[in-house]
Every structure is written in structure tokens, then in C-alpha cells.
Design a protein around this ligand. Structure first.
Ligand code: NAD
Ligand code: ZN
Length: 242
């Protein structure tokens, strides 16, 4: 386990740390991933829910699906992997950035602050007319679709759908953090969704020490200096507490 010891030492000394998380980190919180055998898309066709075209065709159907996921996510709790990333942020300080592809908001709820939610947040709406973003009403009071608190127009889920561009500035911030990182940590993502998938490779090519935590091999694995073939919780515990 020389690899693990090296990874731990690198993590302790790095001043610029960039982390990317995907659906796998929230699986121990009971939120299904997209591509796993038991994943969300096995029962739902993404084309019918997570595209601008689907929303234009049937906004109510799409909203009801998002409202259902919003309820599920609010019932879930951050797990020790989310919490250990908060601790890591505290240790590294200013040079830390956590980039997530998840829309579940669990990093924010766990207490992460140097955070970029690349694909938005399922607990928010965004006005279709004035772009105002706002927190959805509590799940038990929420009847979709929500109306914009600023102008009264209909709002859409504040998430990035297939074929849409990422929120302004978010990807640039992520890109910069990974290009400048001394150490990059990629947890629980299949690394199949671009452009986020390139971040780990960017860091490796820019000279960062790259750690991957994922129970399954991914396209990123061959770029990693240290691969922890385990779940997010076990992997973060091994890195920070092992
Ligand atoms: P993905 O479903 O493509 O891949 C999940 C990855 O997690 C797989 O590589 C799998 O091997 C790994 N994994 C499974 N169990 C794990 C565990 N216990 N610990 C660590 N890793 C584990 O997910 P992705 O790469 O994030 O896909 C990208 C898209 O999925 C994004 O657009 C994202 O918005 C969306 N998504 C988000 C959520 C969420 O917010 N929680 C859930 C599903 C999908
Ligand atoms: Zn508005």
C-alpha cells in the first residue's frame, strides 16, 4: 500500500487541491446514480425528462419528475464522504475547490463552501423569463410548476439538461482549479459526461498528483497516480484517517 501512503502524504502537504465528485459519492446516502445497474436511467428515459425538448413538450411531466427527485434528495442526508470533504476544505483553506456534477445539494448541506455545482441544484428554480434563481418551497408545500418570486413567470428546474451549456463562469472556475492543482481527487464519477470528464485528465497533464476513488474502472483510471478501488466513504476514510 505504498501508493496509499504516498497519496496521504501528498494530500497533507498540497496547498492547491481540486476535487471532482459525481453521483457515486451520494450513493451511500441512498441516491441512485445514472449508470449503475440500479441507476435512475434504467427506469426513465433521459430523453423524456432531462432535455430542453422534453420540457418544451411537457413541462408538467418534467416538473413532476423533478419534484419527486427533489423530495427524495431532501429526505437524504450527507454521508461521511461529504463530511470528510468539508474537513479537507478546512485543512487546505483558500487553495481548495470542490466541483460537483451532482444536483442533490448534499455538499452544500454538509457544509462545503468553496464549491461549484456544475450541473445546478435540484432544490432551486430558475425563472424562464428573467433567469432569477430561488429556493423551491419545502417539499411538503411544493406544487410544481413554481412561479418566479421576482416577476411571476413560470420557472424551470435550475439544473443543466443534456445538450445545454454549463452555468456562466462555473466551468471556467473549475478548469482553472484543475489546471493549477498540485493534487486532484476524483470521486464517484464514471467520467463519461463531458466537459467535466476532462478535468481529471487536465490536472494530470498539468502535473498534478491524481487520485481516483471509484469501485469500478473508468476512463480516467489510467491517468491516476493512485486508484482506490472502493466506495467513496471507505476511500475518503483511507485517505484522511487511514
Ligand atoms: P454516473 O452515474 O455516470 O457514474 C457513477 C459512478 O459512481 C460510477 O463510475 C460508479 O462506479 C461509481 N460508484 C458507484 N458506487 C460508488 C460508491 N459507493 N462510491 C464511489 N463511487 C461509486 O454518475 P456521474 O459520473 O456523476 O454522471 C454524470 C451525471 O449524472 C451528471 O450530469 C449528474 O448531474 C448526474 N446525476 C446526479 C445525481 C446526484 O445529484 N446525486 C445522481 C445521478 C446522476
Ligand atoms: Zn422572473
Amino acid at each position: 500500500m505504498e501508493h496509499l501512503a504516498t497519496a496521504q502524504a501528498r494530500l497533507r502537504s498540497a496547498r492547491r487541491v481540486a476535487v471532482l465528485t459525481g453521483a457515486g459519492i451520494s450513493k451511500p446516502s441512498g441516491i441512485p446514480t445514472f449508470r449503475d445497474a440500479a441507476g435512475l436511467w434504467k427506469d426513465f428515459d433521459p430523453e423524456e425528462y432531462a432535455t430542453p425538448q422534453a420540457y418544451a413538450r411537457n413541462p408538467q411531466k418534467v416538473w413532476e419528475w423533478y419534484a419527486w427527485r427533489y423530495r427524495k434528495v431532501q429526505e437524504a442526508q450527507p454521508n461521511p464522504a461529504h463530511e470528510l470533504l468539508v474537513r479537507l476544505e478546512g485543512q487546505v483553506g483558500e487553495g481548495f475547490l470542490l466541483v460537483t456534477q451532482n444536483v442533490d445539494g448534499l455538499h452544500r448541506r454538509a457544509g462545503s463552501r468553496r464549491l461549484v455545482e456544475l450541473h445546478g441544484n435540484i432544490a432551486q428554480g430558475r425563472c424562464e423569463r428573467c433567469e432569477y434563481r430561488f429556493a423551491l418551497p419545502a417539499p411538503e408545500d411544493f406544487v410544481p410548476p413554481p412561479l418566479c418570486p421576482a416577476c411571476g413567470f413560470r420557472a424551470r428546474p435550475d439544473v443543466v439538461w443534456f445538450g445545454e451549456i454549463l452555468p456562466e463562469g462555473a466551468f471556467e472556475r473549475a478548469w482553472q482549479a484543475f489546471a493549477l492543482a498540485e493534487l486532484a481527487l476524483v470521486i464517484g464519477t464514471s467520467a463519461e459526461v463531458e466537459p467535466a470528464a476532462s478535468l481529471g485528465r487536465l490536472a494530470a497533464e498539468s502535473g498534478a498528483y491524481l487520485i481516483e476513488i471509484n469501485p469500478e474502472p473508468t476512463l480516467l483510471s489510467r491517468w491516476a497516480d493512485c486508484v482506490l478501488r472502493m466506495g467513496a466513504v471507505e476511500g475518503m476514510q483511507a485517505l484522511l484517517e487511514g
